[in-house]
Design a protein around this ligand. Structure first.
Ligand code: DAH
Length: 347
């Protein structure tokens, strides 16, 4: 039994002796070389397995076989080291002799973020109105029916309050306490004036929501509301202030047109249109309505606790998206909300 084990061990050593060199030399990259070594001296390698049979070998032969096994193990490692060095040298030589790195290829540019055209328009508007003495106030996008309509003088059956125009939100109260996604930023007139006394000058930007959806209407869009209340304020102040504002925002190459119009919360009321002015051979752009304005209705002043005999004021509300569209000659409001960076990065 033990002589048999001895023979088996010797034969095993001879087999490994004959196999390891061709196996390691056949490997042409580091991974293959490591795998080849593992076949002999790895945890499940042939030599490792063979050593487990040592216990069956007669005692007097163990020393001799142990030394032979160790010598073989060292030989495998020595050949491995030599082959690894050769493989690395070869890889370096191939890289140096291979095609040169082309330093003229364009690099990968980082894509820095930027402000959306609507956000930029809003910030620019706030800058200009801020420099004219208007404070900024922001308010909630969900507000009461009362602040959105009733307190601004809308009659109860006004078409704007219809479910075809307004998003009602469940969970609110009844009547004036019902909750709606605000259809305009004019809600901020009620909020701000109710909590403070004149004189005041406020602008309030933000999102508004309507059941409108076509090339020039998006169900969510942006407005900026402005209002000023003091003693002796007239329509002339409104016109003068808006004209200065538009000149500063668009530069001189813009035409402006006031048109008499109706809004429940102002009297008199007007709409203001702008277009790109004709320049050289280029004709003027199409008229675009960008804001409504007027003198704050005495009823509204009374609703917030002011005395219309003592103070008066003007208000205006503009579409920030429209202003960005006029500024950049963008024909379709939807393009602003597709979030296509190829489009957005043009501005
Ligand atoms: N709230 C109006 C709208 O959304 C815009 C507007 C018109 C605001 C006249 C005003 C104003 O302050 O005086 O269509």
């Amino acid at each position: 039994m033990s002589d048999e084990a001895l023979e088996k061990f010797r034969a095993g050593l001879a087999t490994i002796e004959g196999e390891y060199q061709p196996a390691l030399e056949a490997a042409t990259n580091e991974n293959a070389l490591r795998e080849a070594r593992a076949k002999f001296t790895g945890p499940q390698g042939a030599l490792t397995e063979l050593m487990k049979g040592m216990k069956d070998v007669p005692g007097k032969h163990r020393r001799e076989l142990g030394q032979a096994s160790n010598a073989l193990k060292n030989a495998v490692q020595a050949l491995f080291d030599a082959r690894l060095e050769a493989i690395e040298k070869e890889a370096l030589r191939a890289e140096l002799e291979g095609p040169m790195l082309d330093l003229t290829l364009p690099g990968r540019r980082p894509m820095p973020g930027r402000l959306h055209p609507v956000t930029r328009a809003e910030y620019d508007l706030l800058d200009i109105f801020g420099s004219m003495g208007f404070e900024t106030a922001r308010g909630p996008e969900i507000d009461t029916f009362g602040r959105c309509f009733s307190q601004l003088g809308f009659p109860p059956d006004h078409p704007a309050t219809d479910e075809h125009d307004t998003f009602y939100v469940s969970g609110g109260g009844e009547g004036d306490e019902a909750h709606v996604l605000r259809t305009h930023t004019s809600t901020m007139q009620i909020r701000e004036m109710s909590r403070r006394e004149p004189p005041l000058a406020v602008v309030s930007p933000g999102k508004v929501f309507r059941r409108d959806d076509d090339a020039t209407h998006s169900p969510m869009f942006h407005q900026l509301e402005g209002f000023l209340v003091d003693e002796g304020i007239t329509m002339a102040h409104l016109q003068g202030m808006l004209t200065v504002f538009l000149e500063r925002f668009f530069g001189t190459a813009i035409d402006v047109r006031f048109r008499a119009s109706y809004f429940p919360f102002v009297e008199p009321g007007a709409e203001l249109d702008v277009r790109r002015a004709a320049q050289g051979d280029e004709p003027a752009g199409p008229w675009m309505e960008i804001l409504g304005c007027g003198m704050i209705h005495p009823t509204v002043l009374r609703n917030v606790g002011y005395d219309p005999e003592k103070v008066s004021g003007f208000a205006f509300g503009m579409g920030v998206d429209r202003i960005a569209m006029v500024r950049h000659a963008i024909p379709n409001i939807k393009a602003l909300y597709d979030n296509d960076v190829r489009f957005l990065s043009a501005f």
